[in-house]
Design a protein around this ligand. Structure first.
Ligand code: GLA
Length: 751
């Protein structure tokens, strides 16, 4: 069993062949952190690995034990105020106004598999043998509140999944002011913090920060969604950790609402990392006989660099968080009309674009915003019935015509919103989140619906199913375009207003649950003004997400590159759009636009009828390429080879499981004249295989990985005089790119 309990000291060792996670009861009967890292051999006792020492002016919670203080003890789920003064994992206010709790060890259970977490997205098992779960129950005897800490370890993943549940078995209601999903005290603080931040249109840019030497490093969202400003995924890495070497921890929060994650470095050189629902504006009334379950955190560990860390995260999110019919299927090639028409379309104009798409080999046509109610920029949102002036045959009429062209039919919705000018709002003004007698801010002229109220969720579900039943919908793009402001729900009494942000998310998840159950074969793509809600929680319901509203290929290289640290390529909705690009005004070749979008759930976001014959031929070729190679592009092992944030040439690659096929993408982000020579060292190949590169040259996997691929970049841009290139120029000039397809017969060559 991969969880061993040492009775002496009440120690638990969770392990698999990659990692060990060891915890132990502390002198005050709380649980302490002993070790988390590479697998170590089991021992009878880890008592010597607890830091005990008598420190001047530290407070000691256990009488006559001056060596023990929570001020420096490494803990599993710390509280403030009982001799620890660092960031707490939880805070509970009792009726008498006290914040002090004393959770002491009560009991434990080791179970095979992993229990379901109702109402929240979570990782799962397909078979009980693949994971074990440790549940440790702690009790605060004065209030009768219990704290259950969950730890799951999978047999084949360098991953620990943590969450906690508070259960009130007492007789008074307490207020949960803070309930983080996990807290981890690491034994030294010599790490860097890598966060993925940005804004609309430039989501998930990697930022390395030095940790505060003595203090707190933190990111958060208070927007009601996980946000493009800060992603709920962070990495802790050693200063010298690279893509290929070194230690790193990854933390993915499986949640899509307000979050906080922080690292608190103490004066004794420990580091406390915690993650969970943002405690700001949070206050959950834990009534007698009720429970509160936090979202999960997936903690990933490596000693072998960031590419390996990301690989473990990709595998885990793709196979044990994403679910359903489309989880393991390669994704259809999409044509979406948004950048082609906006809301200004008729059935006829849509069919013309769709027809061209069918000719090009498109597999799924998606009708974006503008098909319903009296939809204009400022009106109609929330009215989920077709606008007959645009679609005389309704959705069914259009769907039949698209299907008759041999394509699947997809549709855009934004179920969590309404315009003030909509039938929905006129009939149900009480359905929106707003603070009574206060100004209401609008985002994109929209009001956020009160999804904390189950009646609102039910109403939207009914209107969506009325619109979609029998229509033949194959795909749904679920958008969300406004932040939650003036958060207040008319549905809940005053004392429950601190629950509304989280209850809103529970409402969103419940609608996703209803929709995915009602339409099990529909492919869901989540979206929030592009990539503003791109997180592991959404992946549980929608196996792909629209990466960003910025479709400029060069910007997309950055966005997809940054996203790849914490999310699998199969989850990146990535489309080729028209030039000049609508967001940046930049013109990039069709080739590079395709070469970028290949590494994602591929599609087009443009009017294909406007292409020249030559461009159309290229589009057909791109689609043929994706169909041939999407298995490896979307499901292969992905490696970052060169960062667009650091280098003038970016590169990445995907390798098939059997290592016989690999696709490499190389992109010039910035050029200068007479550029230096470049070697792009490939990864994940088999060193003893020979690879044919683009059906021509043959190179050993060893050379490709150790010496590298040496593309002939235009040091010699063709128009520069006095140059006659010795080798054919393969990539020339700014924003050019090249795809290399590497094929091997799989025979090992002797050294
Ligand atoms: C958001 C999405 C876009 C598009 C528009 C429609 O911005 O990210 O892809 O669907 O809404 O209004």
């Amino acid at each position: 069993m991969p969880i061993i309990h040492n009775k002496e000291g009440n120690e638990f060792h969770l392990y698999n062949n990659k990692i060990s996670y060891i915890i132990r009861e502390l002198p005050n009967r709380q649980m302490g952190q002993v070790y988390f890292g590479k697998r170590v051999r089991h021992r009878e006792s880890y008592a010597d690995m607890i830091n005990n020492s008598c420190r001047p002016i530290s407070s000691n919670p256990v009488a006559k034990d001056p060596n023990f203080s929570l001020e420096f003890a490494r803990q599993e789920y710390p509280a403030f105020g009982t001799s620890d003064f660092r960031e707490p994992a939880y805070e509970i206010i009792q009726r008498n106004g006290s914040h002090i709790m004393e959770f002491v060890f009560d009991s434990f259970r080791i179970i095979q598999g992993k229990p379901e977490t109702e109402g929240l997205p979570h990782s799962y098992v397909e078979n009980k043998n693949e994971a074990w779960t440790l549940e440790i129950c702690m009790t605060d005897h004065l209030t009768g509140v219990k704290l259950v800490m969950f730890y799951s370890i999978y047999e084949n993943a360098a991953v620990i999944v943590r969450s906690v549940r508070f259960i009130n078995t007492g007789s008074e209601t307490v207020c949960l002011k803070r309930a983080m999903s996990m807290s981890l005290d690491i034994s030294d603080s010599d790490y860097e913090w890598l966060q993925f931040s940005g804004a609309w249109g430039r989501e998930r840019t990697p930022f390395i920060r030095d940790l505060e030497k003595s203090g707190v490093t933190m990111i958060e969202s208070m927007r009601g969604h996980s946000s493009s400003q800060h992603n709920p995924f962070v990495i802790l890495k050693r200063k010298n950790t690279t893509e290929d070497e070194g230690e790193a921890f990854g933390f993915n929060l499986v949640y899509s609402g307000n979050f906080m994650t922080l690292a608190d470095s103490d004066t004794f050189d420990h580091l406390r990392l915690m993650m969970g629902i943002n405690p700001r504006n949070f206050c959950w009334n834990l009534e007698p006989d009720t429970e509160f379950q936090t979202p999960e955190v997936i903690i990933t560990y490596t000693r072998n660099g960031l590419n390996e860390l990301s690989g473990s995260i990709h595998d885990f999110l793709r196979s044990r968080v994403a679910r359903g019919y489309w989880r393991d299927r390669t994704r259809p090639v999409v044509l979406n009309n948004w950048e082609a028409t906006g809301m200004d379309f008729t059935e006829e104009s849509i069919l013309q674009i769709a027809k061209k798409g069918a000719e090009a080999g498109i597999e799924l046509f998606v009708l974006d915003d503008g098909w319903f109610g009296s939809r204009k920029e400022e009106s109609g949102l929330g009215d989920w019935f077709p606008d007959r002036s645009k679609l005389p045959g309704g959705l069914k009429g259009l769907s039949e015509k698209i299907h008759a062209m041999g394509m699947k039919f997809g549709i855009w919705i934004e179920p969590e919103m309404g315009n003030p000018d909509s039938e929905l709002y006129r009939q149900h003004p009480e359905y929106v989140l707003r603070t009574p007698s206060r100004n209401k801010s609008l985002g994109r002229n929209q009001l956020v619906l009160d999804f904390s109220d189950p009646e609102v969720v039910e109403h939207i579900f009914n209107s969506l199913s009325t619109a979609f039943d029998g229509v033949g919908i194959d795909y749904i793009k679920w958008d969300m375009n406004a932040s939650v402001t003036e958060c207040y729900s008319a549905h809940w009494p005053a004392e429950k207003q601190g629950e509304v942000y989280h209850r809103y998310m529970l409402g969103v998840y419940s609608l996703y649950e209803k929709m995915t159950a009602a339409y099990p074969q529909v492919l869901f793509e989540s979206c929030a003004s592009g990539g503003c809600r791109f997180d592991a929680g959404m992946l549980y319901y929608a196996p792909q997400a629209w990466c960003s509203d910025d479709t400029d290929a060069i910007e997309r290289i950055k966005i997809q590159y940054g996203s790849s640290y914490g999310y699998p390529v199969s989850s990146f909705g990535a489309h080729v759009s028209a030039v000049p690009n609508q967001q940046t005004g930049r013109s990039v070749s069709l080739k590079t636009r395709g070469n970028t979008a290949f590494f994602g759930a591929f599609g087009y976001e443009m009017d294909l009828t406007k292409l020249s014959d030559e461009e159309f031929r290229q589009v057909r070729e791109q689609i043929r390429f994706v169909k041939e190679y999407r298995e490896v592009l979307q499901k292969g092992r992905f490696y970052r080879l060169g960062s667009p944030f650091e280098k003038d040439i970016a590169a990445w690659m995907s390798v098939s499981d059997d290592q016989k096929l690999a696709i490499v993408g190389v992109y010039i982000i910035k050029t200068n004249v007479n550029m230096g020579f470049r070697q792009i060292k490939l990864k994940g190949l088999n060193p003893s295989f020979d690879y044919e590169i683009n059906g021509k040259e043959i190179q050993g996997g060893d050379i490709l990985m150790e010496y590298g691929l040496t593309p002939q970049i235009a040091a010699e841009y063709p128009k520069v005089p006095y140059v006659s290139p010795a080798r054919t120029i393969e990539i020339s000039g700014e924003y050019d790119s090249k795809i290399y397809v590497l094929n091997s017969d799989g025979d090992s060559r002797p050294q």
